[in-house]
Design a protein around this ligand. Structure first.
Ligand code: 13P
Length: 278
């Protein structure tokens, strides 16, 4: 069934767990994520990023996801990930996304606050929830996200930002990177604890790929309720495609993509099971 990001994060709060938000951009990623949620019996967030618009049309993406969600045995929420353009946010709201992320983290603070406030007004008027980011994340390997300067989130600034903008979820920069880590991951868990104590809304962790399980679990215990995962799943699919093509260079495309989808599902189930924090 289709649900909202807000509802899923509220349930995660009750069970001290986190919801996986998988970046999806084609039929296989959406199908894999929903199948994984069903296998693990846990709700999932299907997260579409603005930069994938040329790859899969946003309205088609929403319609496809909603059709599959309606048949699913678990709750599925549709979320717009990193978006920089108001035009994309408006399209997502009309297409039925339950939440949108406006990423003004690279802007001067005053401008970030002003535009985020505007997005919140637009979105809330239509019953859509808003995620924003304070601080900025660096890029590791194999990610297709924007590079950030790695500025960690300041708890006092986060509290002020949430109050000013009235956003519903906050992405905090606590040492994860987009993509695979070049060195040893080292999440700033004390900082996360302070951020969680300074705000009341659910916290989001970007850069789930490659983050060690013990650090993920500590982050969930300190209040992370949604974790975004992209690169690790793409790498899993590409590995399967490479292996399949080596084995059979003239494989039918439908079989090739089914193999990739099955491997993505397997990896997503593993990730969801960790995020349950049992
Ligand atoms: P990873 O690519 O590191 O999993 O990060 C995904 C993400 O944070 C998308 O918003």
């Amino acid at each position: 069934m289709i649900t909202t990001t807000k509802e899923l994060l509220a349930q995660a709060e009750k069970t001290n767990s986190a919801i996986a938000a998988f970046n999806c951009y084609n039929a296989e990623t959406i199908q894999a994520a929903i199948a994984a949620g069903e296998k693990a019996n846990k709700g999932v967030i299907i997260a579409y990023g603005e930069r994938y618009q040329d790859y899969m049309n946003i309205e088609a993406f929403a319609a496809f996801t909603k059709a599959l969600a309606a048949q699913a045995s678990i709750p599925v929420a549709l979320h717009l990930d990193h978006s920089y353009q108001l035009e994309t946010i408006k399209k997502a709201i009309s297409a039925g996304f339950s939440s949108v992320m406006y990423d003004g983290s690279a802007l001067p603070m005053e401008e970030n606050v002003k535009t985020t406030k505007h997005v919140v007004e637009l979105a809330h008027a239509e019953g859509v929830f808003v995620e924003a980011e304070i601080g900025s994340m660096q890029k590791g390997e194999f990610s297709d996200e924007e590079e950030g300067d790695g500025k960690l989130t300041d708890p006092a600034e986060a509290a002020w930002f949430v109050k000013e903008t009235n956003v519903d979820f906050l992405a905090a920069s606590i040492g994860t990177v987009h993509g695979m880590y070049k060195g040893e991951p080292n999440l700033q868990l004390d900082l996360l604890h302070d951020i969680a104590n300074s705000i009341e809304i659910p916290l989001v962790l970007h850069g789930g790929s490659g983050t060690p399980e013990d650090q993920i679990l500590k982050a969930i215990d300190r209040g992370i309720r949604k974790i975004n995962v992209n690169t690790e799943i793409s790498l899993a699919a590409v590995k399967t495609i490479r292996e399949q093509l080596n084995e059979n260079p003239t494989i039918h495309l439908s079989n090739l993509m089914t193999a990739a989808q099955d491997h993505m599902t397997e990896q997503m189930v593993r990730i969801i099971e960790v995020y349950k924090n049992n």
